[in-house]
Design a protein around this ligand. Sequence first.
Ligand SMILES: Nc1ncnc2c1ncn2[C@@H]1O[C@H](COP(=O)(O)OP(=O)(O)OP(=O)(O)O)[C@@H](O)[C@H]1O
Length: 299
Amino acid sequence: MFSVCCKERNFYLSGMMEPIIRIVQLSKSFGEKQVLKDISLDIYPGQVIGYIGPNGAGKSTTVKILCGLLPDFEGSITVKGIDLRQEPMEVKKLVGYVPELADLYEVLTPVEFLELIAGLHQLEPAMAADRIQKMLVAFGLGANLHQRMDTFSKGMRQKVLLISGLLHDPDIIILDEPLSGLDANSVIIVKELISQLAAQGKTIFYCSHMMDVVEKVSDRIVLINDGRILADGSFEELQESMGKSSLENIFAQLTSTGSLGEAATSLMAAFHSGNVASAVAAADAAADSPASPVKADHE
Ligand SMILES: Nc1ncnc2c1ncn2[C@@H]1O[C@H](COP(=O)(O)OP(=O)(O)OP(=O)(O)O)[C@@H](O)[C@H]1O
């Protein structure tokens, strides 16, 4: 049984302030399949939470629930004391959400699209136009302000999505794979942006598979596997519990019971033999993930 906790900081923070987000025993099923199992988290203002886990662990499902996009769940969620189930529209005003994938209105230019989003948030038009222009330029899209987005690359679209989530200056920013498709310079901008937003007191909850980035920008890391919290603490706390290691290694230790190297070797062997289907099965067996869920003691 493994558990990593951040008792000290939670004790300290809970003595100082109320959580901005309180998730209590959150569970969610799709049909027969339970994908979230008893998730409880108190998140405090200004925290940068890196929410990590293997494919299918339940990260996107959690953030969709938090953003009010999946209303049918068990447990309770309050944001700034507002019950999400009872007042989803009030919660949505406090949250900026950047999804992993989204359909932009691609016949629009980024300026037109973002003005539309600003209108939905009832932002003052002149202030919104100024903010839109400055954010697009900061992301290197100054030359594309009036270009239709159906001509944009994946990374350019991702930047527009990011801006759309930040435009109304929300207290809580929820990012699902915000770095997907971004070039190296844009990753640096987003990392810096996350730090600066946190310094302003914004609470940031983001899902990512980029362990090196999570390690650097998060002050709290929550690792889930198969719908349960496996670990919850700062990177340093995780290192103390798991032995000094990179987050990538800690992730592998906690979420895979088999050898990832063997899994890769099995895949390569099958490509050489031409039997890809059996190779994928062999690789799955070698990696043998996910590990059995264990409950984090983070209260
Ligand atoms: N609308 C849906 N209907 C049925 N099953 C769903 C639905 N959405 C998600 N799931 C299932 O819920 C589980 C968790 O999915 P989720 O997208 O939350 O995982 P994730 O941790 O975000 O994964 P990834 O890292 O691959 O994005 C998966 O088994 C997925 O197949």
